[in-house]
Design a protein around this ligand. Structure first.
Ligand SMILES: [Zn+2]
Ligand SMILES: [Zn+2]
Length: 165
């Protein structure tokens, strides 16, 4: 879905937006996130004096991998886009400038906003216990036996000192 910003110098144009963006994967923090359903984009764009006022709602579903326990889980993503884009640099810092040309591709706007909405660390749940460093057991599901022997590396240095005495 592309919008030409140059046409609008004459009068303001309002475009109703309703499209589906088929994209299979996102790459985020070197991880591939699978997109499970086509990204639904709805809303309105008003172009006036070379500036597009973009108001969209975005809806999709993704398959994430927990960065702590490495389990995969599905999650819906819904977000609203509310931003202004200009083909020329504006004094107003809230207005985003197009990198080049006069064509605003709403798919780029949608993708950027999805990336911004993702958390820095993707977790299956806030208190995910992760994997045992020793045996690799998923501590959300089981309690492994090596856990009690786990010693802080700083403490283990101390333990060695005592041995020598
Ligand atoms: Zn997890
Ligand atoms: Zn273990």
């Amino acid at each position: 879905m592309e919008i030409a910003l140059q046409d609008s110098n004459v009068k303001s144009i309002t475009k109703d937006i309703d499209f589906t963006y088929h994209k299979e994967n996102l790459v985020y923090n070197n991880e591939t996130i699978k997109i499970l359903k086509p990204i639904q984009v709805k809303g309105k764009v008003v172009v006036s004096q070379g500036i597009a006022d973009v108001k969209l709602s975005v809806d999709t579903r993704m398959l994430h991998t927990c960065s702590r326990c490495l389990e995969q889980f599905e999650q819906d993503l819904e977000l609203n886009v509310d931003e202004k884009v200009s083909k020329n640099e504006q004094e107003d810092g809230n207005i985003i400038t197009l990198e080049e040309g006069n064509i605003l591709d709403l798919r780029d706007v949608v993708l950027n906003n999805i990336y911004l909405a993702l958390p820095i660390r993707i977790l299956c749940k806030e208190d995910c216990k992760g994997l045992c460093q020793t045996c690799g057991a998923n501590l959300n599901h089981e309690q492994c036996s090596c856990r009690s022997d786990e010693v802080d590396p700083r403490l283990s240095a101390l333990k060695d000192m005592f041995k020598e005495v």
